[in-house]
Structure formats: C-alpha cells, structure tokens
Write a protein that binds this ligand. Structure first.
Ligand code: BTN
Length: 260
C-alpha cells in the first residue's frame, strides 16, 4: 500500500473536503527539516510534507527516528498560528491527542497519550511527534509538527524491539497509510481549530480523557538532579504537573519516565 504522488494525494484529500497543500517526497533527510525550510520560504499554514523514506529522521532530545522505508507514515505539517507565543505549548498536546483519537478508531485497543506527545498502545510507542517552533523575521511564530506513525512495520531492531509497536502488530492486519493520514489530519484540523478559538480547556480535557498517566509515579532529571513525584495533571498551558511531598513541580521540557 504505497503512498501516492503529490497530485494524487492532494486530490484525495480535496475529495475528503481538505484543502491542505501536500508535498510527497520519495526520500528526504527529515520532513521536519524540509518543512521548516519551506515555512521560512513562504510555505503556508496547513502544508503537509510526506516522505516515503527519511534518511535522517529526527526524534525529541536529539534522538534519531528510525522507520522502515515505505511501511509507515512520516510527515510534517506547517502551522503559522497567530497567537501569543506562550500558548504554543498546547500544540504538542493537541497533536498527540489528535493522533490518539484517530488511531483508536482503527485499533482493537485504545491509543493513549503520554506527555507531552507520545502515543502508546499498551506500554509501547506507536507514534512519536516532534514539534519545533521558531519566529519568522517579522516575529510571527511557526510550528512544524512532525509525526512518525508506525503502521505496517512488523519488527523493530535493538531496544525498539521492547518499546515500539505498530498498528499492524496491534491488530494483526495491514493498513492503508493514506486512510490513516486522512483520519489524523481530520482530527488535527478539529483540535487545531479549537486551539485557534482559545478553547484550551477542551484540549486539556480531551488529553486527560486519553491518558493513563495521571496518578502514576514518575521522575524527571533537572540540572543533574532526579525529581520524583506523582503525575497530578497537565496545566492549561500544556506543562505537566508532578506532585511531590510538599510541593508541585511543573515540567516543561524534560523527559518524563513512568513507573507503570
Ligand atoms: C520522538 O518520539 O522522539 C519524535 C519522533 C518524530 C518523528 C517524526 S517522523 C516525521 C518527522 N520528521 C522527523 O525528522 N521527525 C518527525
């Protein structure tokens, strides 16, 4: 089940009522790098860059994103929200929520959100999201949101063998990546619209309903110190709140490890 060419995919999306500009690449270093460059050069809001293969896929915290060519979805979307920059932390949250909502409709088990924007089935990661923001010269914010969704890949090497899964592993069947893409874009468009209307509480509530993190023991590393606590909630700006014995710690950028 091959991802079609640019024109065909654009037609397909438009037949579904979607107006996104689409670019399909056979191979690229990273769709996030490509989309960021495009956004600086005038690429418009809603543009979607899809690659059949990435040679240097990037993950969070400087990690690599490894995905078997032509088996999965690797794509990025350009967003140019006209909002104050202190609201941008909600974008990773709504991106993870959108994917969890979309994938759950296809799978026998629910896809759940892990802060800030991983999507898991069981305890295994099925989608990773890399959200990168910067300001254009005129100080307008750009957010490039990149999605790596494991669709038809059946085996994962090395430590991913323990921690990753795919839609086809979960459901023991193959999926058409375009149908999954359309469904994610639809969900994304709905939640991004809520964001633009300032309905952050709806997004937070949607995320809460699709996470299992609340109440779990968790730890972060901050300035070389391990901070342990219990996940209390997410804040209205997208930060994660950890309850410690005497105080509440707000997590913004650090990696959170959970004790399941
Ligand atoms: C993570 O879980 O660490 C985030 C992984 C994000 C991977 C996607 S694949 C499409 C886009 N292009 C990239 O280089 N990274 C993101």
């Amino acid at each position: 089940m091959r991802i079609p060419d640019t024109l065909q995919l654009e037609k397909r999306l438009s037949s579904e009522g979607m107006t996104n500009r689409v670019i399909v690449l056979e191979e690229v270093d990273s769709t996030n790098t490509y989309a960021s460059r495009l956004a600086r050069d005038g690429g418009t809001e809603g543009t979607v860059v899809v690659a059949r293969n990435q040679t240097s896929g990037r993950g969070r915290h400087g990690r690599k994103w490894i995905s078997e060519p032509r088996k999965n979805l690797t794509f990025s979307m350009i967003l140019k929200p006209e909002v104050p920059i202190d609201r941008l932390g909600m974008i990773p949250i709504l991106a993870g929520l959108s994917v969890a909502e979309a994938l759950t409709a296809f799978l026998p088990n629910p896809a759940i959100c892990k802060w800030p924007n991983d999507v898991l089935v069981g305890n295994r990661k099925i989608c990773g999201i890399l959200s990168e923001s910067f300001l254009l010269e005129e100080r307008a914010p750009v957010v490039v949101v990149g999605f790596g969704v494991n669709i038809n890949q059946r085996s994962f090497d090395g430590e991913l063998g323990e921690s990753a899964t795919s839609m086809s592993n979960v459901a023991s069947r193959a999926y058409d990546p375009v149908i999954v893409l359309i469904s994610i874009l639809r969900s994304l468009s709905k939640w991004y619209d809520e964001f633009l209307r300032g309905h952050d509480l709806e997004i937070v509530n949607g995320w809460r309903s699709r996470t299992r993190m609340i109440g779990l023991p968790a730890a972060i590393m901050r300035n070389g110190e391990m901070i342990k606590g219990t996940v209390l909630d997410i804040d209205i700006d997208g930060g994660l709140l950890l309850q410690r014995s005497g105080n509440i710690v707000k997590v913004i950028g650090e990696e959170v490890s959970l004790e399941h």
